[in-house]
Design a protein around this ligand. Structure first.
Ligand SMILES: Nc1ncnc2c1ncn2[C@@H]1O[C@H](COP(=O)(O)OP(=O)(O)O)[C@@H](O)[C@H]1O
Ligand SMILES: [Mg+2]
Length: 369
């Protein structure tokens, strides 16, 4: 898919702008704090209805503004859709072709993006919740149902935790209701496990090839970790396994007042051979493996959604040495729309610059170069 045009009103430091993109590479250059990341953020919000920066929606509204509006024209299979998101201080609404879309889960997947940011290093260095969050975001872009089921799971989880606390206060009486919620929780968990496992298996089809192409090193893969000892695709076996876990740890869960097993505790790790990159990888290795993880998603999007996603690179080219950068550019140059931010064009090849649209960003104003 292609983002043809983006219009912003009162978004961060932009009052009112419209940008027309080219179908291949678009580069935004400018000094720090001028609004480069804000552009990518607005596209991300248009796709996923939330910022990648982990902030409240109201922060997206320009200081002193009443609301913000992001509009994008998206071309997919020769059709153009208009997506729009409007955020006021009290509510958020999304529209597709001027029609209000009531459920976020029906909206996401209209615009597919893969974002690369300097903060991505946290995907390896940070806590498991960061990795689960990444899985959730990426899978929601290829499956509307995933968001729905994940929300249902989280509601059940909350109920179950509350009930576990209650059982503690009541000295473990009446376990019947707990069994009912547990059964319901397991059904949602099975779905989530399968989706995540599938996704990681798909990543593993590509990631080592991409990493080898860029670094010459073999054997990068992702290992999916769950705390219910599940490594099978058979629903009945997963159910059996989970029931066993809950049964064996019933007292422990009540003492803790929370559900200790299930996909809300999932994790994954980056390995080269037996080596865990979190423990042994250099920062450069870690950064590149995360980039390769995300590049591996391109094929997944193509297969599941029948269209290529839009790649958003926020200031990450500066961190990569020239040879690897050129290889990376070769990889992304295959008719995928790419939007890059950088402080300047240094280190970018002549060939790349020639075929790119270049925009200059300075304090909330954008000029085509
Ligand atoms: N809600 C907001 N209203 C107005 N300006 C904002 C808002 N949020 C952030 N900014 C401004 O945006 C600028 C940072 O933009 P950013 O895109 O992160 O810069 P960079 O070009 O370094 O990527 C800062 O000058 C900041 O003050
Ligand atoms: Mg920035």
């Amino acid at each position: 898919m292609i983002l043809k045009k983006l219009s912003l009103i009162n978004f961060r430091n932009y009052q009112k702008i419209s940008i027309s993109f080219n179908n291949t590479v678009n580069i935004f250059i400018g000094n720090n704090a001028q609004g480069k990341t804000n552009i990518l953020e607005s596209i991300y919000v248009l796709a996923l209805t939330k910022s990648h920066r982990n902030v409240n929606d109201v922060h997206l509204i320009k200081y002193n503004g009443e609301y913000t509006k992001i509009e994008g024209k998206i071309k997919k299979n020769n059709l153009i859709d208009t997506l729009e998101i409007k955020i006021t201080k009290t509510e958020k609404k999304v529209f597709k072709n001027k029609n209000n879309v009531k459920r976020i889960s029906d909206y996401i997947s209209n615009l597919n993006v893969i974002l690369f940011t300097p903060d991505d290093l946290e995907i390896i260095k940070g806590s498991p919740s960061i990795r689960r969050n990444l899985l959730n975001i990426e899978i929601s872009q290829i499956s509307n149902q995933y968001i729905t089921i994940l929300n249902e799971y989280n509601k059940l989880l909350k109920n179950r935790n509350e009930y576990l606390k209650l059982l503690y206060v009541n000295h473990f009486s009446d376990k019947k209701y707990l069994d009912i919620i547990t059964d319901q929780l397991i059904e949602k968990a099975i779905y989530i496990y399968k989706k995540r496992k599938n996704f990681i298996d798909d990543i593993n089809k590509n990631i080592s090839n991409i990493y080898r192409f860029i670094t010459g090193i073999d054997g990068l893969y992702i290992r999916y970790i769950n705390n219910c000892d599940i490594d099978i695709f058979d629903e009945n076996k997963i159910r059996e396994q989970m029931l066993k876990k809950y049964k064996n740890n019933y007292k422990k869960e009540i003492l803790n007042g929370m559900t200790l097993y299930g996909p809300h505790r999932d994790d994954f790790e980056f390995l080269i051979g037996d080596e865990n990159l979190k423990l042994f990888g250099s920062q450069g290795q870690q950064r590149l493996s995360i980039i390769c993880f995300k590049l591996s998603e391109i094929d997944i999007f193509k297969e599941k959604n029948n269209t290529s996603p839009i790649l958003l690179f926020d200031d990450i080219f500066s961190e990569i040495d020239k040879i690897k950068k050129n290889k990376l550019i070769k990889l992304i140059n295959k008719d995928i729309q790419t939007i890059i931010t950088a402080t300047d064009l240094r280190g970018m090849s002549k060939n790349l610059i020639e075929k790119s649209s270049i925009f200059k960003v300075a304090s909330g104003k954008i000029e085509r170069r």
